[in-house]
Write a protein that binds this ligand. Structure first.
Ligand code: ZN
Length: 134
């Protein structure tokens, strides 16, 4: 069994983290898959998806700060759009994650959530959710 769902995410600013765990879990429930895997894919070049702590809002803040330190804006960048720092962060974090599905639920750890990372907002973004299994 397989299903494909699309979530829409509206972002307000650059370096915003949005918790999309509930939307992904809904896609898993709607798929009818009980045992399998779920891939979450972000079809954008200045955004990303990651799994990280969903309890303390200071964690997304601090990781965002660290990513900014790893990839600051640089005068030497050539890309005419002026958002090479965002492209770099997108590559560092990555466009997809895979989570195991068991009992019809995402097998996330207690403190884990699925986060959409906006590195060049505000924009309206797409997130694709493929669920595979039986
Ligand atoms: Zn660009």
């Amino acid at each position: 069994m397989t299903s494909l769902a699309e979530l829409s995410v509206s972002t307000r600013e650059t370096n915003q983290w949005i918790n999309i765990t509930a939307g992904v879990q809904r896609a898993v429930a709607n798929s009818g898959v009980r045992e399998g895997i779920c891939t979450v894919f972000v079809p954008h070049t200045t955004a990303a998806v990651t799994v990280n702590e969903n309890a303390d809002p200071d964690v997304p803040h601090d990781v965002g700060l660290a990513l900014g330190a790893i990839s600051p804006d640089r005068r030497e960048f050539r890309h005419g759009e002026g958002n090479s720092a965002a492209h770099t962060k997108s590559t560092l974090v990555g466009p997809s994650i895979t989570v195991i599905v068991s009992g019809g639920r995402l097998l996330l750890g207690t403190w884990q959530g699925i986060w959409f990372n906006e590195f060049d907002g505000p924009r309206t973004r797409k997130v694709l959710v493929r669920v595979l299994g039986e």
